[in-house]
Design a protein around this ligand. Structure first.
Ligand SMILES: *Cc1c(COP(=O)(O)O)cnc(C)c1O
Length: 360
């Protein structure tokens, strides 16, 4: 395996030393159940603070996609109506996942370089009367950040549950779960939290817990055991001691820095990154600053390069960025500046390298 001293992929992001050390520590045994649940409760409290919520936050072994599936499977029955708000790969993909589960899905679709228009979402929601409305906060493949407050209000107007994927934004930009009326909020460990891809987390509102109880889905990815499990001190699989200890440290790093300072740091490196790309003549994607995510910057593969040539040259210089999928494959690449990678010296180093490559 090669390693890259300038890691700028949009996840899994580079893991801070304090978090790495935890994985080399001996933790846990079945005789220490009480300690585990104290650790679990402490992590839940930190996540509630980071996500501005009083809802339960469930913590599962398994990377980010587990949260996406867990929340869908736990509240949907075949035939249930789902309105998928989509302006990127994950938004459209979540609609397809719900359809695979037998839900009746309508997608309100927007361009990948745009954000959803709430008026169109409201009209579709009123007509379709969905049980669940899904949205994505940061569309990592296209680098957009979607405002969520009005979408949350629409969910309340039509009495739908609000399902939000904030895997690539949570911790790095304000995510106000309660204020935005998010019923099921999804987070993964390998983005802003800067852990390996081992944990996923779900904020679950009372309304969402009612749906979970009503549907009664059972499976490894069911949310149901987490309703009373932490309080009863019983969860259905071996405790992920290392993961939870790392999560606690990762959250504490953000809280000690101060969330306002963390958000400012992400804004600052993102603005710098966009500015440098413009100066190099690399086209931004999307080009409107006000919809660009502070956690990831998407840009067009420069003229005269194929993606694979460009990627290979960057790698040969020790830098790795993200490629793309679906309609953006080969055309748009991504610079991940989230969590431990939202550091000015790292992004500066990356931009200098990129500039040297582009200028030949
Ligand atoms: C990373 C990510 C996920 C989780 O997918 P992975 O398999 O962990 O890459 C889900 N949603 C979004 C928006 C993401 O960026």
């Amino acid at each position: 395996m090669r390693t890259y001293p300038v890691p700028l992929v949009p996840g899994p992001v580079s893991v801070p030393l304090a978090v790495r050390e935890i994985y080399l520590t001996d933790y846990g045994s079945p005789d220490l159940e009480g300690d585990f649940f104290e650790l679990y409760a402490a992590c839940e409290g930190q996540l509630q603070e980071i996500l501005a919520t009083r809802h339960d936050v469930t913590i599962h072994s398994g990377e980010g996609m587990l949260a996406l599936w867990a929340a869908l499977k736990s509240v949907l029955r075949p035939g249930d109506r789902v309105l998928a708000v989509a302006n990127g790969l994950f938004g459209y993909g979540i609609g397809e996942m719900a359809a695979q589960l037998g839900a009746l899905v309508e997608t309100v679709g927007f361009a990948y370089d745009d954000i959803p228009d709430p008026a169109r979402v409201r009209a579709a929601a009123r007509r379709f009367q969905p049980k669940l409305i899904t949205a994505v906060h940061c569309e990592t493949p296209s680098g957009t950040l979607t405002p969520l407050a009005e979408l949350g209000a629409i969910c309340r107007e039509v009495d739908a549950l609000f399902y939000v994927d904030f895997v690539a934004s949570g911790g790095g930009v304000p995510v106000l779960v309660d204020e935005w009326a998010i019923d099921l909020g999804l987070l993964g460990s390998q983005k802003v939290l800067s852990l390996p891809p081992t944990l996923s987390m779900v904020t679950v509102s009372e309304r969402a817990w009612e749906a979970v109880a009503d549907v009664g889905y059972v499976g490894y990815d069911s949310l149901a055991p987490w309703k009373d499990g932490p309080a009863r001190r019983y969860l259905p699989y071996t405790h992920n001691w290392h993961g939870l200890a790392a999560l606690h440290t990762g959250c504490q790093l953000l809280l000690d820095e101060g969330l306002a300072a963390v958000y400012a740091r992400h804004e600052e490196v993102a603005a710098y990154c966009r500015q440098r790309l413009i100066e190099m003549g690399i086209g931004l994607y999307p080009c409107r600053d006000e919809i660009a995510s502070p956690t990831v910057t998407a840009a067009r593969v420069p003229d005269g390069w194929t993606w694979s040539e460009f990627d290979a040259v960057l790698r040969s210089k020790g830098m790795v960025v993200g490629g793309n999928y679906g309609p953006l494959a080969g055309k748009v690449f991504r610079i991940g500046h989230m969590g431990n990678q939202a550091r000015m010296e790292l992004v500066t180093q990356g931009m200098d390298l990129l500039e040297a490559v582009v200028k030949g």
